[in-house]
Design a protein around this ligand. Structure first.
Ligand code: ADP
Ligand code: MG
Length: 727
């Protein structure tokens, strides 16, 4: 089969990009054309029902049966006019990808077949979805799961060559009401946040009645030629290369970052962007990333629930469109060892219904007090629940990134930039409240915050959670993750923190303190209490690890241990109090995450064994045989002993590495058998990490050495230089 690599290389070198045509030269003319957006709602709905739907979207008001029928019928009409024949509830189960189950509009009736979409089918469905992960929430005898319409995310049409389907974004819950997906808890967290943030806003502005979180997700990814990908069983089955010596040229010249985009890639980007834009995903930015064949795209930020739906949809579109271009898009956090990994930066802020970004410093001192309140509460929330935030980004694939030398470390810290650090220090050390009380001049007590922050451009790229001018950026999220997990945590801890803040401020006011002084007093207290989480230096350095340790910050490097934070008493109380997760749901999620962890390692271990045994070792033996032939020939020709030295030395070296590879594979297999017998998921996951995964490095190291020795023409796996530099 070594010819698979050869044919793949030939194929990859002769690719012709398909022609890409934008639906119109102006994006504004086709943006959202596949979305049942407010404009189309207006066209297809009666005025009454339109207003009801808008109220449901904006304020979560309920829609009755008649209205649902009317809306369903309008959606059907619109989508059929665009060529849709089927509809589906579109949801995000805990598998990590999105799920659909298509039904056709077509229905037989006594007057002959008709096309039908009833309100009941829009509002709720019961997919036979018993094999989605549920962590024990559903027994087989009560396996029912329901999908329920989320009107706040608009319906859209998914297009493919074969046909078009109307997709209805939904939550996915068990018969008992427990969440089985990512969206349901996120919506609950956003609800808690809205309430808590509005309460705090009332200290400053009585006109604010709603606060939403905004999210802009930067998505990093790698591209690889489809034929080369298919010639690598490790990539195809695990999403990453388990073998492969580093290419002589990697990213050391920094010549890829922001460089000109290769033509073939450019054509792919434009193609998937067009599809995404039609789906209302406001993609704005595209560029090369640091590693060869690594890229990034980013949309304009949106309301968070929509932003996450859009990101999930985008990943799907990127994968589908890649096929047309004979690419495979790699969303794995670390497809190539020794080369930068991929993340998904989550840019987050809070925006009021009056249009104010609560994390943007204001023009007046009064606005700045409001800014400081939300800013400092965010820091305090992250300080309180850093372990939970760490847990929310933990996965087997993200473990390769966190703590590795080119990604945010597994230590959660916050970067603020010099100016804001100085502001916080000043508040902390000043005797503001005393001074203010005397002078009755509060506003002089608040340090000036420049509206345009210098650090805005001077980013610290090594921080997992950075303030970037008017938003916080959580950079530790993995490229393949559903952002809902960390965003559910972030918004819940923020909601919880704001509730506590309000209580503390109110207490002081009740005691007779002036409101502004009460606010500032608590802000000052929080600055002091959360100081340890602030770090401005190089997050990748060993110094920081040491310092973080002395500060008492957690540095949990592996997923199974990081996940403990999901079921601690503190977390359970937090989520129950804010009505986001019940204890049972948390335990279910914990179980699912652990299972996901060890199952993926199990697959990696199996693939590693198979590729080593059936591809790497046979190739080495083939080359060894050729060398033996050579030695024999040299001997027969009567050549001196010295002339045999080189081939014999190579044969020796091959044997040495081969022996280690084979032994390690066998040991790993034994270890896997032992580990598989462990019942408890946490124990099993830890054992998979410590006893099975621990063999990966040795196997790989020696296999990669072999790659460097064996005749290139018999090596079966496409090499890094081919995967990364063929454009
Ligand atoms: P970079 O971080 O690569 O320099 P930007 O800061 O311009 O890029 O933007 C990154 C993402 O942050 C984009 O998706 C952008 O829309 C988003 N963003 C900008 N402002 C906000 C905000 N207030 N809230 C949430 N996301 C935002
Ligand atoms: Mg960014």
């Amino acid at each position: 089969m070594k010819s698979l690599r050869t044919t793949a290389l030939k194929e990859a070198q002769t690719r012709v990009s398909p022609e890409v045509k934008a639906p119109s030269p102006k994006i504004s003319e086709f943006f959202g054309s596949n979305v049942f957006d407010t404009k189309k709602m207006k066209d297809f709905l009666s005025k009454d029902v339109y207003e009801k739907l808008i109220a449901a979207i904006d304020r979560g008001e309920l829609i009755n049966q008649d209205e649902a029928n009317h809306i369903a019928s309008a959606m059907k009409q619109w989508s059929m006019s665009k060529g849709a024949t089927h509809y589906t509830h579109w949801f995000q189960p805990l598998t990590g990808s999105t799920a659909e189950k298509h039904d056709s509009f077509f229905e037989p009736s006594k007057d002959g077949p008709i096309e039908k979409f009833a309100g009941s089918a829009l509002v709720q469905q019961e997919p036979d979805a018993s094999s989605f992960p549920n962590g024990g929430i559903r027994n087989t005898f009560e396996a029912r799961g329901y999908t329920a319409w989320d009107p706040s995310s608009p319906a859209f049409i998914m297009e493919s060559k074969a046909g078009k389907t109307l997709c209805i974004p939904t939550v996915f819950v068990a018969y008992t009401g427990e969440a089985l997906d990512y969206k349901a808890p996120l919506l609950k967290a956003l609800n808690a946040l809205d309430k808590a943030a509005v309460e705090v806003c009332q200290f400053f502005d009585k006109g604010i009645t709603k606060v939403t979180a905004s999210l802009g997700i930067e998505q990093e990814y790698f591209l690889v030629d489809l034929a080369l990908y298919n010639a690598r069983p490790d990539l195809a089955l695990t999403g990453r290369t388990l073998f492969g010596h580093m290419s002589a040229k990697g990213q050391q010249l920094d010549d890829h970052y922001f460089g000109s985009i290769p033509e073939r890639v450019y054509s792919y980007m434009v193609d998937f962007e067009n599809e995404a834009l039609k789906l209302g995903i406001p993609l704005k930015t595209r560029h090369n990333e640091v590693a060869p064949l690594q890229f990034e795209c980013a949309p304009i930020f949106e309301e968070i629930n929509l932003a996450i739906d859009h990101n999930q949809l985008l990943m799907d579109v990127m994968e589908k469109v890649a096929r047309r271009h004979h690419f495979k898009v790699l969303l794995h956090e670390k497809p190539y060892a020794g080369i930068n990994g991929s993340g998904k930066h989550n840019n987050w802020s809070l925006i009021t219904d009056t249009g104010k970004n609560l994390l943007a410093p204001g023009k007046t001192p009064k606005n700045n007090l409001m800014f400081l309140a939300f800013f400092v509460n965010t820091i305090k929330a992250v300080h309180e629940h850093a372990d939970l935030l760490r847990a929310s980004i933990a996965s087997v694939s993200n473990d390769h990134r966190l703590g590795a030398n080119e990604a945010p470390p597994a230590i959660i810290s916050i970067f603020l930039g010099q100016q804001l650090n100085e502001v916080l220090d000043e508040i902390e050390h000043s005797r503001i409240s005393k001074k203010i009380k005397e002078d009755n001049a509060l506003w002089l007590g608040i340090p000036k915050i420049p509206q345009i922050l210098l650090d805005n451009t001077d980013r610290n790229r090594t921080s997992p959670f950075a303030f970037t001018g008017n938003k916080f950026e959580l950079r530790a999220v993995g490229s393949s993750a559903n952002s809902s997990a960390p965003m559910t945590v972030l918004n819940t801890i923020m909601a919880d923190q704001l509730v506590k803040f309000k209580i503390e401020v109110d207490k002081l006011i009740k005691k007779g303190e002036k409101k502004d002084i009460a606010l500032l007093t608590i802000i000052k207290k929080y600055i002091k209490e959360s100081k340890d989480i602030r770090f401005e230096g190089n997050g990748y350095s060993q110094d920081w690890e040491n310092e973080a340790l002395s500060r008492g910050l957690a540095n949990v490097k592996t997923t199974p241990v990081a996940l403990d934070a999901y079921i601690s008493d503190k977390t359970t109380e937090l989520f129950e109090k804010n009505n986001v997760f019940t204890k049972r749901e948390l335990h279910a999620r914990h179980e699912i995450l652990l299972e996901d962890y060890y199952k993926k390692l199990q697959i990696e271990a199996r693939v590693m064994g198979e590729v080593a045994n059936t591809m790497v070792i046979p190739a080495c033996i083939e080359y060894q045989n050729a060398l033996l032939e050579n030695v024999k020939g040299l001997k027969d020709a009567g050549l001196s002993k010295e002339s045999l030295e080189t081939p014999l030395a190579i044969i020796n070296k091959l044997s040495l590495h081969l022996g280690i590879v084979k032994n390690s594979i066998d040991e790993m297999l034994e270890e896997r058998k032992r580990t598989n017998a462990i019942e408890d998921s946490r124990e099993k996951a830890i054992a998979y990490d410590q006893n099975v995964k621990s063999h990966f490095d040795a196997i790989r190291y020696h296999a990669d050495k072999l790659e460097q020795i064996v005749d290139d023409s018999v090596w079966p796996l496409p090499k890094f230089r081919e995967l990364l530099f063929l454009k």
